[in-house]
Design a protein around this ligand. Structure first.
Ligand code: CDP
Ligand code: CDP
Length: 195
């Protein structure tokens, strides 16, 4: 079965949490596309070359989840040749047999406009920064500033900017716990598979 669930949205909105739960529930494969950009940013050197030669080992580094790696990712993510180098891998993953969930910024708009389900997961910047701060610690005001800076860079860039696809279902998780957000997404996918 070919079935793609595209999940986009700003930093720390809950995309990964929802993606993993949807993938587990329906037996789909899951790709965190942010990890590709984080790995390119962390590799150093020429980012276009880094994107073209990205390997499993690059994706397995354990320093990709930091705030710095997020900032570096959003900088290299503005480069059109970097994005182009990652397109084929993502599209093949999306259309693999057995179903796939991909989360990122441009999955429903650019990578997989034909996705069977498109979700745009969001929450207020304050709520998202608080969630990220619980994970990484440090100064919460600084985490909020970094989240807002990254969102602005992602939304303002010329290529594949962060935005909801016209046919995406928007899930605002500002006032939702994890179980409610996950249940909302699973209901949408189940309805689409059934109907
Ligand atoms: O993938 P993304 O950066 O959009 O977010 P995430 O890694 O799924 O979620 C960021 C943090 O928020 C995690 O620690 C989640 O457990 C938490 N979270 C939450 O508190 N409430 C939600 N409704 C969703 C996620
Ligand atoms: O987990 P979080 O939402 O904080 O970030 P991420 O999904 O790991 O993405 C890190 C950065 O990679 C984003 O801020 C974007 O600049 C970039 N990215 C992108 O441009 N396109 C994607 N499909 C995924 C991530």
């Amino acid at each position: 079965m070919i079935f793609t669930v595209a999940i986009d949205g700003p930093a720390a909105a809950g995309k990964g949490t929802i993606s993993r739960a949807v993938a587990a529930r329906f037996g789909f494969a899951y790709l965190d596309t942010g990890l590709l950009y984080r790995a390119v940013g962390a590799k150093g050197g020429d980012p276009v070359e880094a994107a073209r030669t990205l390997s499993e080992a690059d994706l397995a580094r354990d320093d990709l989840r930091t705030l710095e790696a997020g900032q570096a990712a959003s900088r290299v993510a503005t480069i059109p040749e970097v994005r182009e180098a990652l397109v084929d891998f993502q599209r093949r993953f999306a259309r693999r047999d057995g179903g796939a969930v991909l989360d990122g910024r441009d999955i429903g708009t650019v990578i997989c406009p034909e996705a069977e389900v498109k979700l745009y997961v969001t929450a207020s910047a304050q709520v998202r920064a608080h969630r990220r701060w619980l994970e990484v610690g440090g100064d919460e005001a600084q985490v909020l500033a970094e989240v807002m800076e990254r969102d602005k860079r992602d939304a303002d860039r010329a290529v594949s900017p962060l935005k909801a696809a016209a046919d995406a279902v928007v899930i605002d998780t500002s006032d939702m716990g994890i179980s409610e957000a996950v249940a909302t997404a699973i209901d949408i996918v189940r309805a689409r598979i059934g109907g």
